[in-house]
Design a protein around this ligand. Structure first.
Ligand code: ADP
Ligand code: MG
Length: 368
């Protein structure tokens, strides 16, 4: 196990800045997820950590040792990329064995290790196949097995599930999670998908346009997004945004959205009278009943229409003239949801952003 420290990494391609002053630390044995849209710089950053790309500035340390100028093969890293790069003329067995053969490991030891890792990934039965005879999910398992077979200090996963279809992605995601638990390796995993980040990661490193905009525990980042754009990135169904103005009332102050909705913010000194705000609510933080919730805001709604994905319902509603989307997995309650008149949101899940720069001010119900 190895601690990874990334210090002030900067990279340009042809005068265009791709990574700017990237800093973070991944603790030994931890799984860190780099979340960011396509073009954010994830692959470039992983390649710099692997040593196949060099930074313009900055240093990389593994367990305190500066490895910035070390070639890739001396870094002891396993890598899994988005495309399944396997040797087409070799069997699955030989593909997995190849990094050990390169290290001149004995055939007896190779056999033992290949069978162990194949067992762990559920591919023992396809060891004699060739890559083109494997399904996408099997091929990616082989790539993962090959990356892990030499017990690397660090494993880098660059969007390993992106090119797989939905069902395979779900299954492999669970298996990768189990692998991380069992092997206790230091892993850095990139994805544009917030659900994957939440399922796999402990620490989240949110990359946007080559800059780290937020680092923290995954759930904490999701709950306390840096700004409106981050909130939208953290939820597969986006984030509801309601514009509001802070107004004085007899008993204190409120955030007034419209005639249907005013939210008491009397005990939030950071929300200032006369200023404009954006109220952010994730679709999955809206509930059809108050039972079981602590300190929830009640919102009067009229339901427009429902979308049924089979496993999830998206309820499209209005609060006066504003749109609000709620997400529920209780698909069987569709008839009941069509007639909803009120929905409920725990105050701590109501995120307040400044309208001017869209940065987060606070969550209601908590003082952070
Ligand atoms: P991500 O993996 O998050 O999609 P990348 O690291 O692949 O992002 O790319 C970040 C940016 O750097 C993109 O705008 C991409 O076009 C650019 N880029 C990546 N590699 C090169 C290269 N070798 N030469 C020029 N531009 C590159
Ligand atoms: Mg990439």
């Amino acid at each position: 196990m190895t601690e990874v420290v990334i210090e002030n990494i900067t990279k340009q391609f042809r005068g265009v800045s791709i990574l700017e002053n990237v800093n973070f630390k991944v603790r030994s044995g931890e799984v860190a997820v780099i979340l960011g849209p396509s073009g954010a710089g994830k692959t470039t950053l992983l390649r710099i950590i692997a040593g196949t790309e060099s930074p313009d500035q900055g240093r990389i340390y593994f367990d305190g040792e500066d490895v910035t100028s070390k070639p890739p093969k001396e870094r002891d890293i396993g890598m899994v990329f988005q495309t399944f790069a396997l040797y087409p003329h070799m069997t699955v067995y030989d593909n997995i064995a190849s990094p050990l053969r390169a290290k001149k490991t004995s055939e007896a030891e190779i056999r033992k290790r290949v069978h162990e890792i194949a067992e762990l990934l559920g591919i023992s039965h396809i060891l004699n196949k060739r890559p083109q005879e494997c399904s996408g999910g099997e091929a990616q398992r082989v790539v993962i097995a090959r990356a892990l077979v030499k017990n690397p200090k660090i494993c880098l996963f660059d969007e390993p599930l992106t090119n797989l279809d939905y069902k395979v992605r779900e299954v492999l995601r669970m298996e990768i999670k189990r692998l991380f638990k069992e092997l206790k390796i230091t892993a850095i995993y990139s994805t544009p998908n917030p659900e994957e980040a939440a399922a796999l990661g402990e620490t989240l490193i949110h990359l946007r346009n080559g800059r780290v905009i937020q680092i923290g525990m995954v759930r904490e980042c999701f709950k306390h997004p840096k700004d409106v754009e981050a909130a939208a990135c953290y939820s597969p169904y986006g984030v509801n945004i309601l514009e509001a103005t802070c107004l004085k009332q007899e008993r204190g102050k409120v955030l007034k959205v419209n005639d249907k909705l005013s939210i008491d913010v009397g005990n939030h000194s950071e929300i200032v009278e006369g200023e404009e705000y954006l109220i952010g609510i994730y679709p999955h933080d809206i509930f059809p009943a108050e039972a079981g919730l602590k300190n929830a805001l009640r919102i009067p709604v009229t339901v427009d229409f429902l979308e049924n994905t089979g496993s999830e319902l998206i309820i499209n509603m209005r609060v006066g003239d504003k749109l609000l989307r709620m997400l529920s997995t209780e698909v069987e309650r569709i008839r009941e949801f069509e007639r909803l008149q009120y929905v409920y949101v725990p105050l701590e899940n109501i995120i307040i952003f400044r309208k001017s720069d869209e940065s987060r001010v606070c969550n209601l119900g908590v003082n952070v």
